[in-house]
Design a protein around this ligand. Structure first.
Ligand SMILES: Cc1cc2nc3c(=O)[nH]c(=O)nc-3n(C[C@H](O)[C@H](O)[C@H](O)COP(=O)(O)OP(=O)(O)OC[C@H]3O[C@@H](n4cnc5c(N)ncnc54)[C@H](O)[C@@H]3O)c2cc1C
Length: 416
């Protein structure tokens, strides 16, 4: 069923009795041509683009929980393509372009809101770094705008300008950046993929990989063994565990990242804003809650909850930038498991095992990459060659030293 004004009216006048489940829930079949492990944003987007653009036969997505239970439904919904380095710029711009046409493509309201993202700067050195990033974006055909201190104050009068510990010296703005409703992305891709014949199999955990003579042949699951021509790993925070099933050790550590939502208030902030002197970023949801977060907790964990020191750190940064927030109550908080790569950039590549593919290392920035990642991963799986925009997102860059260290902080996952 297509979602349309007609279908809304039909259901409005017939007691909402004609809606179908958004996607089918079939039992696993004994064999698939492509098995995607992980029904998060990246796995589902991959399934959608594989089914839409490539002829690869039968496809299934295996998800150990339910669709949206991972990071795709836990992130703070920010999208942008304001990257500096060649390996990232074209890839994230492809992703942003796909976001811009996503709702028409999958016939699902994902609430794509290009409200603009502003990275605030608080020192001369930081201003130089942001201007350099803006220039790199222009050279790559990406929109970027420099805002001086007065321009920032005109757009964001609610911040502390007169007695700030970290005075605001300006900001780099990308107007095409913004937010997207995160779980709608998972539901929308699941529905679109299912309509194209992909089997979305929930509550089916992959517990082992069947590998013979260096080639993957299928998977062991909690719902029995399934054979496959190709297996694509898209387990995000659990990538290391999945790779270990093939005796591969990834340059990835899993860390927890927290998010916070305040009680709902009237509109107070029109854009997404990042604080440059501490770990804090904020936007406002359509329900009125302020959505904000900061840094990872900084220790290895598979827990979907965090600890108090980071809560305090985020709240302190919030107060330094926007003291009026002290009157607001936090409504809820949660955590997600991040697949932190050693250079802070992702991996979309073959593995050394034949027909086993890897999509991982998204750190805390993988939501914005969801469409681009799915598009490029589908291309890799179908054609056995990297998509032109993802050619540098290779697994062997950690051996060759061709790192994509966007922040320039070295091989420390807790710094990216
Ligand atoms: C608090 C928070 C805030 C964030 N904010 C942003 C942001 O503002 N912008 C941004 O770009 N990114 C953000 N991120 C990062 C982003 O959410 C992730 O990088 C991205 O969602 C990861 O890809 P995914 O959607 O495929 O992951 P997931 O949704 O986690 O999908 C992976 C799936 O694999 C499944 N799985 C794992 N192991 C197995 C197994 N053995 N068998 C079967 N299934 C398995 C999991 O259950 C899970 O559903 C944030 C993350 C968090 C936690």
């Amino acid at each position: 069923m297509r979602y349309s004004l007609g279908s809304l009216l039909l259901n409005a006048f017939t007691g909402q009795r004609h809606w179908n489940p958004a996607w089918r829930s079939p039992d696993p079949k004994p064999h698939y041509d492509v098995l995607i492990v992980g029904g998060g944003g990246h796995g589902l987007a991959t399934a959608h683009y594989l089914a839409k653009h490539h002829q690869v036969g039968r496809i299934a997505v295996l998800e150990k929980g339910y669709v949206g239970s991972g990071n795709v439904g836990r992130n703070t919904t920010l999208i942008r393509s304001n990257y500096l380095l060649p390996g990232n710029t074209a890839f994230y711009e492809l992703s942003l372009k796909l976001w811009e046409g996503l709702e028409q493509d999958i016939n699902f309201n994902a609430m794509v809101s290009q409200r603009g993202i502003i990275n605030l700067c608080h020192s001369d050195g930081q201003r130089d770094a942001y201007m350099r990033r803006g220039n790199a974006m222009h050279l790559n055909g990406v929109d970027a705008e420099w805002l001086d201190a007065e321009a920032v104050r005109a757009l964001l009068p609610q911040f502390n300008y007169d007695n700030a510990r970290f005075p605001i010296k300006g900001g780099l703005m990308q107007r095409r950046g913004g937010t997207v409703r995160h779980d709608a992305v998972a539901w929308g891709y699941a529905r679109a993929a299912s309509q194209r014949g992909v089997d979305i199999i929930q509550h089916c955990e992959v517990t082992g990989l069947k590998i013979e003579n260096g080639m993957v042949k299928g998977v062991e699951t909690t719902r029995g063994p399934i054979e496959a021509g190709k297996v694509a790993l898209a387990g995000a925070g659990h990538s290391s565990q999945l790779a270990a099933m093939a005796e591969l050790r990834l340059p990835i550590e899993s860390h927890v990242l927290q998010a916070f939502v305040s009680e709902a208030i009237k509109p107070v902030i029109d854009h997404v804003v990042t604080f440059g002197a501490g770990h804090f970023y904020v936007s406002q949801s359509d329900k009125g809650g302020l959505v904000f977060g900061g840094d990872i907790d900084g220790y290895n964990s598979y827990a979907q909850r965090g600890n108090l020191p980071v809560v305090e750190d985020v709240m302190e940064s919030a107060m330094a930038l926007w003291p009026a927030l002290g009157r607001l109550r936090v409504l809820r908080s949660w955590g997600g498991v991040m697949d932190m790569s050693m250079d802070g950039s992702p991996i979309i590549d073959h593995t050394p095992i034949e027909n086993l593919y890897l999509n991982a290392g998204w750190c805390y920035g993988g939501f914005k990459a969801t469409p681009g990642s799915g598009y490029c991963f589908a291309h890799l799986i179908a054609k056995d060659e990297a998509h032109p925009t993802a050619q540098q997102l290779r697994l062997d860059r950690f051996q060759t030293g061709a790192l994509i260290d966007e922040k320039g902080v070295g091989a420390q996952p807790n710094l990216h």
